[in-house]
Design a protein. Structure first.
Length: 267
C-alpha cells in the first residue's frame, strides 16, 4: 500500500474525516512552498495536494489560475516541484503528498522518467485533470509499481455507469467534484453532494473525498457528513497571495486557517 492509502485507511479506522489542503507550487515564490506545506501539516492537514503550475488549466477558477501564472512567472517547473517534495521529505516522511496538474508536463518529461523521479522525491499520489482512465494505460502500471496512486475525478454530470467504471480503476481515493463549475465557485449544493457521493460510495473500493467550493469550516462540515474527507484549495491559495509581501507569515497564517477547519471537522 502507498503512504496515501495507509493514511486514509488509518483515518477511516478512527472514524476521522480526511482534511486535504491544496496550494500551488512556486506561489508567491519558490522559497515559500516548502514552509507553507509544513504550516499546513501544523494546521491539521492529513494529505497535502501540491499544484503543478500550468499555462492552460481547464478546471481552475480565477484564484488558482492566477496562482499558476504567478508560479510560472517564478520559473516553477515540474522538476522544481519534485525538488520541493524532496526538500519537504527531509523533515517529514509521514504526510502524503499528491501532485495535481495537467498531463502535458508529465508527457514532456516522459512516463518512466517522471515515475522514477516522483518516487525518488517522495510523491504518493497524482491527479491529472485531463487524463481519463482509458488513457492511463502506460502511466498507471509505472505508478503502481512505485506505490504512487493515480487518482481520478468524478463530476456531478458523470453518469452512474461511468462513475462505476472510474471507481473500478481508482486507487488512493476518488476525488468527487462537488459542483458544476470551476474551483473556488460559491454555489455548493450539499443535497446534490449527498446524493451523488452516497451513490459513489456504494461502488467505490477507496475513500471518496470532495473538493471544489469548500472554503471554510461550515462548508467542510456540511460536506464531510456524507464524504470521507474534504479538499480545501482556493481559500488557502488566496491567503498565500494576500501574504506575498510577508512570506515569512505564510506558514502561521495557513496553520491557523486550516486549523479552524480541522477543529470543526473533529468536533
Amino acid at each position: 500500500m502507498s503512504r496515501l492509502s495507509d493514511r486514509l485507511q488509518a483515518l477511516g479506522e478512527r472514524d476521522r474525516k480526511a482534511l486535504v489542503s491544496f496550494i500551488t507550487a512556486g506561489d508567491p515564490n519558490l522559497d515559500a512552498t516548502v514552509p507553507a506545506l509544513h504550516g499546513l501539516v501544523a494546521g491539521g492537514a492529513d494529505v497535502l495536494e501540491l499544484g503543478v503550475p500550468f499555462s492552460d488549466p481547464e478546471a481552475e477558477g480565477p484564484a488558482i489560475q492566477a496562482s499558476s501564472e504567478r508560479g510560472l512567472a517564478q520559473g516553477t517547473t515540474l522538476r522544481k516541484v519534485l525538488e520541493m517534495v524532496r526538500d519537504f521529505r527531509s523533515t517529514d516522511n509521514d504526510t502524503p503528498i499528491v501532485l495535481m496538474g495537467y498531463l502535458n508536463s508529465v508527457l514532456a518529461m516522459g512516463w518512466k522518467t517522471f515515475a522514477d523521479a516522483a518516487s525518488s522525491a517522495g510523491v504518493d499520489g497524482l491527479i491529472m485533470v485531463n487524463l481519463p482512465p482509458e488513457e492511463a494505460g502506460e502511466l498507471k502500471p509505472l505508478l503502481d509499481a512505485r506505490d504512487i496512486d493515480l487518482i481520478f475525478l468524478v463530476a456531478p454530470t458523470t453518469t452512474a455507469e461511468r462513475a462505476e467504471y472510474i471507481a473500478s480503476k481508482a486507487s488512493g481515493f476518488i476525488y468527487y467534484v462537488s459542483l458544476k463549475g470551476i474551483t473556488g465557485a460559491d454555489h455548493l449544493q450539499v443535497e446534490s453532494v449527498a446524493e451523488n457521493v452516497g451513490r459513489l460510495k456504494r461502488v467505490a473500493r477507496v475513500p471518496v473525498l470532495v473538493g471544489f467550493g469548500i472554503k471554510d469550516a461550515a462548508a467542510a462540515c456540511a460536506v464531510a457528513e456524507y464524504a470521507d474527507g474534504v479538499v480545501v484549495g482556493s481559500a488557502l491559495v488566496n491567503t498565500m497571495f494576500e501574504s506575498a509581501e510577508a512570506p515569512a507569515d505564510i506558514p502561521d497564517r495557513l496553520a491557523a486557517q486550516l486549523g479552524a477547519i480541522r477543529t470543526a471537522l473533529d468536533d
